[in-house]
Write a protein that binds this ligand. Sequence first.
Ligand SMILES: CC(C)(COP(=O)(O)OP(=O)(O)OC[C@H]1O[C@@H](n2cnc3c(N)ncnc32)[C@H](O)[C@@H]1OP(=O)(O)O)[C@@H](O)C(=O)NCCC(=O)NCCS
Length: 143
Amino acid sequence: MLVRKFKPKDLKEVATIFKDGSNSPPYDEKWTDKSATEKIKEYFKSGIIFVVEQDSKVVGFVTGFINTYYAGKDGFIKDIFVDPEYQHKGFGKALISEIELYFKKQGVNCVNLRSNAKAKVSKFYSKLGFKKGSIMIGWYKDI
Ligand SMILES: CC(C)(COP(=O)(O)OP(=O)(O)OC[C@H]1O[C@@H](n2cnc3c(N)ncnc32)[C@H](O)[C@@H]1OP(=O)(O)O)[C@@H](O)C(=O)NCCC(=O)NCCS
């Protein structure tokens, strides 16, 4: 297993992992190659992406970004996906460790993320030391 920063040559593999994962249960979204590629490009431009490789194949990735907060900098994890064939083998944990290390080096002292209510990821995040927030509530408006 190798965790490293995303390189432009990873774009297709990462976009495919994102698209296939997001279009499958429990999300059942409708990403295309084009929209998934656009999304990953946005994170390459304005945030950070780490990939995890096994036998020279990209099998998962995590995206994130950093925001300034009055008490210091906050790190945000946006998306994390591991190819279903490679799940439960420690790849997700390795991706979280790597982005946390990156955040720490950038002066971040708190990592945040939002998870989809449909996702059964509570155990994954709680095993990695995350606690459920009770202050921030998600809001949205179609415009
Ligand atoms: C969530 C996800 C990234 C986890 O990646 P993974 O490589 O399977 O996780 P790991 O093997 O590193 O697991 C780390 C720990 O969490 C636990 N864990 C992982 N997935 C779990 C699950 N679905 N239910 C219970 N525990 C789980 C593991 O048992 C492991 O614990 P351990 O260290 O005590 O053995 C992966 O399941 C995935 O890509 N899911 C689809 C996309 C998704 O829902 N992303 C999250 C959006 S918020």
